[in-house]
Design a protein around this ligand. Structure first.
Ligand code: HEC
Ligand code: HEC
Ligand code: HEC
Length: 89
């Protein structure tokens, strides 16, 4: 049990350090609340190749409008799927 708590604290600590920005500003006024997504999704590997995270190779419009963003909102029936839901300009 003690070991598990230590492991959990370590994970939380590194997640906090690894991800500097809580909100990542993207093109055309998309504010991606990384922190909030991490709290809800929890598993880094849902979006990243590994648990360290970082830049996503090839990230841009095509990915965002499919698996990197919109597909998950559609699947979970949560989060915006309309242009204006993501883009503020
Ligand atoms: C819902 C999807 C999602 C989840 C879950 C997620 N991330 Fe990210 N993360 C992203 C996106 C999108 C970017 C921006 C990628 C880019 O610009 O190439 C990003 C960027 C990052 C960056 C780069 C820092 C920056 O400010 O540019 C780090 C580090 C990172 N994530 C770590 C993590 C870690 C660690 C976890 C798990 C605790 C995690 N992420 C969970 C989507 C996610
Ligand atoms: C693996 C699933 C998943 C992925 C991938 C994902 N989201 Fe979300 N997103 C959610 C969920 C679940 C919510 C609902 C959160 C809430 O309303 O409390 C949400 C909510 C949002 C919201 C509205 C609420 C807020 O706090 O900002 C925006 C905007 C958003 N997502 C943008 C994005 C963008 C941009 C990407 C890609 C870079 C992305 N999401 C990727 C699951 C995901
Ligand atoms: C789930 C969130 C989401 C939805 C819904 C969405 N987008 Fe996007 N869109 C993004 C993200 C994230 C990017 C990539 C931003 C980046 O590369 O920084 C993007 C990129 C774009 C770009 C390219 C911007 C550039 O300068 O390269 C255009 C144009 C665009 N979206 C238009 C639309 C239109 C029109 C709709 C509705 C049919 C739409 N988007 C729906 C999140 C979304």
């Amino acid at each position: 049990m003690k070991k598990m708590i230590v492991a959990l604290i370590t994970v939380t600590f590194f997640a906090g350090v690894a991800c500097a920005a809580d909100v990542i500003e993207m093109k055309r006024g998309v504010s991606f609340n990384h922190k909030k997504h991490v709290e809800i999704i929890k598993d880094c590997k849902k979006c990243h190749e590994n648990a360290e995270g970082g830049k996503i190779a090839g990230f841009g419009k095509d990915m965002a409008h499919k698996k990197a963003c919109k597909d998950c909102h559609a699947e979970m029936k949560q989060g915006p799927t309309s242009c204006k839901g993501c883009h503020t300009k």
